[in-house]
Ligand binder design. Structure first.
Ligand SMILES: [Zn+2]
Ligand SMILES: [Zn+2]
Length: 80
């Protein structure tokens, strides 16, 4: 994600700090001044209070001889 100048579309690297990134910026190329609003897309994840664990078993992607079990509802897993 970059901060683009609304005038010339020059891409500026955000600092990653909310206070630094939001507010007035000046384009490094055309010196156009613009306002930056930092917006966040909310991201939600959910899982069970008590998982419904299935049988212990192997699953592709796990190291050999590693057993795990998966929750039938939310897909959480734990390794034995
Ligand atoms: Zn510009
Ligand atoms: Zn679960």
């Amino acid at each position: 994600m970059t901060i683009d100048c609304p005038k010339c579309n020059h891409e500026h690297e955000p600092t990653g700090l909310h206070e630094e990134d939001s507010g007035e910026w000046e384009c490094g190329v055309c010196e156009f001044k613009f306002i930056v609003l930092v917006e966040y897309d909310p991201c939600y994840s959910s899982s069970c209070v008590t998982h419904e664990w299935g049988e212990w078993g192997w699953k592709h992607g796990l190291a050999e001889n590693t057993e795990g079990r998966w929750c039938g509802f939310c897909g959480a897993y734990e390794l034995r």
